[in-house]
Design a protein around this ligand. Structure first.
Ligand SMILES: [Zn+2]
Length: 305
């Protein structure tokens, strides 16, 4: 049975606060053997670190563009110190989630850019890849990446083919998740189909970006059905859609995307190589982690995608 890596999952989000263990268990039972947990602000650094250790997963530390409004500029120093403190932590694999969002109205563009530029410099100093939030901002992100020589993962990628190719040229992998499951998302489906297999990784962005089978339309929501919560256990079904679009088998997709994730996040590669779960029942693996003494459940902080 193929196993999967969810390269972008906000298990620390408030939506999961009541049942984080159950959510992670369901994912493990569904053969999602590893989740990468990006932070969104200084206030959730400790939580993502604790959750990654609790579940045998990995994490990133960074300040999300949608959190820059309430972040203090001191938080950049907090990030720097937290990265230094976690230098020997094999589960710290990236600086992220960072980036630029030109879609959500009311954000201060200059402030977003300040946090983005500074965090690129911090990632470079710490020798870490980045996990990027890209929303109508690909060209601006690329402009700062080119001279920095930093790579990583551009998550929930939705830019043009040309922009995608430029990220790939810089050594990035592009993350695909729930959006590919919508037939109307033609551009993203085209990218997921046509980009070289070496360029793509899989993600859920849970609890956000529900796949088509969970999505509640505006009309359904108006009729009282709340938007469904996405979770990492949905990844294998999303992977089926990607495999179908590309006309390849699930094993081939699982192996390629795991290899790509390890390449984009070298410490993740080292972690997986040193801790091979091949042939190990994912449920017993998780049970082991959950039985570890001193593990406390994650508290919620809200996730801005
Ligand atoms: Zn995210």
């Amino acid at each position: 049975m193929p196993t999967w890596i969810d390269t972008h999952c906000h298990l620390d989000a408030a939506e999961f606060a009541a049942d984080t263990d159950a959510v992670r268990s369901r994912a493990a039972v569904g053969a999602v053997t590893h989740c990468v947990l990006p932070a969104v602000e200084a206030g959730n650094f400790d939580t993502v670190r604790a959750l990654a250790h609790r579940y045998g997963d990995s994490y990133g530390l960074g300040i999300h563009p949608l959190c820059t409004g309430r972040a203090h500029t001191d938080d950049l120093q907090r990030l720097d110190l937290a990265l230094a403190a976690a230098r020997d932590d094999p589960r710290l694999v990236a600086v992220g989630e960072i980036g630029l969002d030109y879609f959500v109205p009311g954000l201060d563009a200059a402030r977003q850019e300040l946090f983005y530029r500074e965090q690129i410099a911090i990632a470079r100093r710490h020798g870490l890849p980045v996990i990027l939030h890209v929303r109508r901002s690909a060209d601006r992100l690329l402009k700062h990446l080119r001279p920095a020589g930093v790579s990583g993962i551009a998550h929930a990628f939705n830019g043009s083919l040309q922009q995608a190719q430029e990220f790939v040229r810089l050594g990035f992998k592009l993350g695909f998740g729930g959006t590919v499951t919508f037939e109307t998302a033609r551009q993203v489906r085209r990218l997921a189909t046509e980009l070289p297999l070496e360029a793509i990784v899989l993600e859920t962005d849970a609890p956000d970006i529900p796949p088509q089978w969970l999505y509640r339309t505006a009309r359904q929501r108006a009729a009282g059905q709340p938007q469904a919560r996405n979770e990492p256990a949905e990844l294998p079904r999303i992977a089926q859609v990607v495999a179908g679009l590309r006309g390849i088998g699930l094993d081939e997709l699982a192996q390629a995307t795991a290899r790509n994730a390890a390449q984009a996040l070298p410490k993740l590669g080292a972690l997986l190589a040193g801790n091979c779960h091949c042939g190990l029942d994912p449920q017993s693996m998780l049970a082991q982690n959950l039985d570890a003494p001193g593990s406390g459940s994650g508290a919620g902080s809200s996730s801005p995608a």
